[in-house]
Design a protein around this ligand. Structure first.
Ligand SMILES: Cc1ncc(COP(=O)(O)O)c(C=O)c1O
Length: 442
């Protein structure tokens, strides 16, 4: 008998869904069939308020006309152009626009198709840079416990989420990890950046002492750790990390796949925290999540180090078939126009105080053991059900969805990151709905 599944068009079996409880989902499917601004429409005709900007990506809200139009026009004008030894104008225009927005030490852009690929690209640039500078012994990469840097081998090697790593063999060698910065005993219910834990950056000194700086190429961190359940950097932490990297000649990579494009109230977290990394990875909000695209920003110093040797030679052996794809570039330009016209890259700064107040008002709900926030990011940590970790938050996710609210959960933590267009009335609605869910979720 054939193992092939019946190819009935609406059969759910063939799609092995990513990061999904497939068996539960397929018994009780949740499908979106439309979206506009702050809302999704479900297959059963309900409106769902988007509390997570899709997956931290739809920063300008859904189905925005400038972006839709840009894609439509580009698809009819130039669908594809090879990215190797050839180009098209919009990829160059976009790179210039990105550099104008980025921290002022950033000078060049490499394109990718996702956050995971941006991370791989950044790690490869870092290793190759050390080599072209004559420091080929610097091969070690340092990540952080609980870090999330996508799902490819470099990213899971420097990442620190055990379920994303443990199934996949030995990963990259020569990787070490700093401790994460979560100190619930000292920092629970912090508003904004926690007071305690800035000194955890000094753990890098310990790692340098163990391996020697001459073996370390780069440190990669998320300025705000998102996927692990939102860990806000303690005061002084990122500044200290920068000082130590500079002192030891180690490149500092900020993975801004979720913090990029306005999430904290500045275009990038590097600007928000006033810390200048050497490399920045982005994706998600670059095209408002509409077309897969990522970008890696590097300093002139890094780029220029490769620009040696005969001019007809390729300087860096890396890139993707879709690097700077015309339709993705057009979508990104439409996205940047939308952000600019509506002031979205700084809007989170205006509404963050209201967001913080409403978020922390849930402190009295049952089983809430921590609440944390920064910019337009919020997290509510729940006490796990005895012997059934993750179930309490997953139940909250299902109940919220049924009540018309999209939240995201990881472990027993609820993470919130709505589109940057959210109004104060919609913030009220979001937290009213969430209160109801938490009160009934005992
Ligand atoms: C910090 C960070 N890096 C990388 C990624 C991976 O991005 P993608 O899923 O587009 O590969 C994510 C995704 O959530 C992320 O949050």
């Amino acid at each position: 008998m054939s193992n092939r599944l019946n190819s009935t068009p609406n059969d759910l079996r063939a799609f092995w869904m990513p990061f999904t409880a497939n068996r539960q989902y397929k018994k009780e499917p949740r499908l979106f069939v439309g979206a506009k601004d702050m809302h999704y429409t479900t297959h059963d005709g309900r409106q769902v308020l988007d509390g997570t900007a899709g997956l931290w990506c739809v920063n300008a809200g859904h189905c925005r006309p400038k972006i839709t139009e840009a894609i439509r026009e580009q698809a009819g004008e130039l669908d594809y152009a090879p990215a190797f030894q050839l180009g098209h104008p919009k990829a160059f225009e976009l790179a210039n626009r990105l550099i104008d927005l980025a921290p002022d030490n950033m000078a060049h852009v490499l394109y990718t198709n996702s956050g995971s690929e941006s991370v791989e690209t950044a790690l490869k640039v870092a290793l190759a840079y050390q080599r072209v500078k004559g420091q080929g012994s610097r091969t070690r990469l340092i990540g952080r416990e609980r870090g999330y840097h996508g799902v490819n081998f470099g990213g899971i090697s420097v990442g620190g989420i055990v379920s994303n790593r443990k199934m996949f063999g030995t990963l990259l060698t020569g990787v070490d990890h700093m401790p994460h910065t979560h100190q619930p005993g000292k920092n629970a219910f912090s508003k904004g950046m926690p007071e305690h834990g800035g000194d955890l950056a000094d753990e890098l000194e310990r790692i340098v002492t163990l391996h020697d700086a001459s073996t370390i190429a780069a440190v990669i961190v998320e300025p705000v750790a998102g996927s692990t359940g939102v860990l806000i950097p303690p005061k002084g932490y990122l500044q200290r990390l920068r000082e130590l990297c500079t002192k030891h000649g180690i490149l500092l990579i900020f993975d801004e796949v979720i913090t990029g494009f306005g999430r904290l109230g500045a275009p990038f977290a590097a600007q928000y925290f006033d810390v200048k990394p050497d490399i920045i990875t982005t994706a998600k909000g670059l095209t408002n999540g509409v077309i897969p695209m990522g970008a890696v920003f590097v300093t002139a110093e890094i780029h220029d180090a490769f620009m040696t040797g005969p001019e007809h030679m390729i300087e860096f052996f890396h890139g993707y078939t879709y690097s700077g794809n015309p339709i993705a570039s057009a979508a990104a330009l439409g996205t940047l126009d939308t952000y600019k016209e509506e002031g979205l890259l700084t809007r989170a700064a205006e509404i963050a105080p209201y967001w913080e107040e409403k978020l922390h008002s849930l402190r009295d709900c049952p089983n809430v053991i921590d609440i944390r926030n920064l910019g337009l990011i919020g997290a509510i940590e729940l006490k796990p059900i005895d012997g059934e970790p993750t179930k309490r938050a997953f139940n909250a996710f299902l109940n919220a969805y049924n009540d018309g609210l999209l939240i995201r959960t990881t472990g027993d933590i609820i993470a919130l990151s709505p589109p940057l267009i959210i109004t104060t009335e919609q913030i009220d609605e979001l937290f009213d709905k969430l209160r109801k869910v938490l009160m009934n979720n005992i």
